[in-house]
Design a protein around this ligand. Sequence first.
Ligand code: PBG
Length: 343
Amino acid sequence: MESPNKIENFKLDLPRRPRRMRRTASLRGLAQETFVRCEDLIAPLIVKESGEKEPVGSMPGLFRLNLEELVRECEELAKLGIPAVAIFPSLDPSLKDEKGTEAGNPETLVLRAVRAIKKAVPSLSVVTDVALDPYTSHGHDGVLNDEGSYVMNDETVARLCEMAVLQAEAGVDIVAPSDMMDGRIGAIRAALDEAGYIDTAIMSYSAKFASAYYGPFREAVGSAKAAGTTLLGKETYQMNPANRREAIMDAMMDEDEGADFLMVKPAGAYLDIIRELRDASQVTLAAYQVSGEYAQIHAAAKLGWLDYEKTRDESLLAIKRAGADVILTYFAKEIAQKLRDRG
Ligand code: PBG
């Protein structure tokens, strides 16, 4: 008698065969659940006062742009269909001090940049960070106590409110507190409303982890010092990467305080947090694919160890699939170009 296990006779009696839907490109297309669209992407850009554009060492393709170049870049991004840009200033060290005084200057670089962009491309939404780190000599996101051993919460929040109102006045569509102080969303909402900016939205960096993935960005804007001090690290205000429940709790507080967007940052190593927040809240959810995530894909591709385009596309798709509505990514422009070229 023939054995039923003989390879040529082997047949599975399966009612469902998922591979049927993977057989051809068109069937795979019909079955695709998640897409990265140009409309989902926010491009982070770095502005500097003057001089030629400078490449950022560990972030190929990213440059510190002067005001004129920044406006030109925004025009190109808008033409490509990118809905929003997030502007970060890289300030001359001579403008930085212990208290980050420059953040309260109505003519500070980032505010001039915002006015120039809104004048040239009014349809492009502009996002700006509300945090003191580009302005402080120590690189922390807030004001230190006299011993330099603690970032003072409430004093910092007062400064953030002032910054947010100046940004709204300059025409920013979305202010994005990235400092991780307690109570800042409610305080900023109240300050904006009081000043008459009821329609300026708040994107809260709500689950922002104390991450090693920010390294290249800190080099780009010159805030690396804080990360390196042994006396005080950013983990006294940014979240512990080990904590899931705390991330959800803190984000829900931001929702209650009036955040229009919640954000998870970094994105790729925190997909579980993105998914959980997506399920816990109805507020629009953003994820920030940070500098280190961008740098590691570039580095591995340069070594010939990973396929650049495929890894890039998969990294963004994973963030969408996890539940992000919006992605801040340094890949924004090239994704928009690719989508345009494919029609
Ligand atoms: C700080 C801020 C950081 C980033 C955006 N806003 C760095 C930090 O917390 O030190 C990082 C962005 C990136 O790594 O791409 N307010």
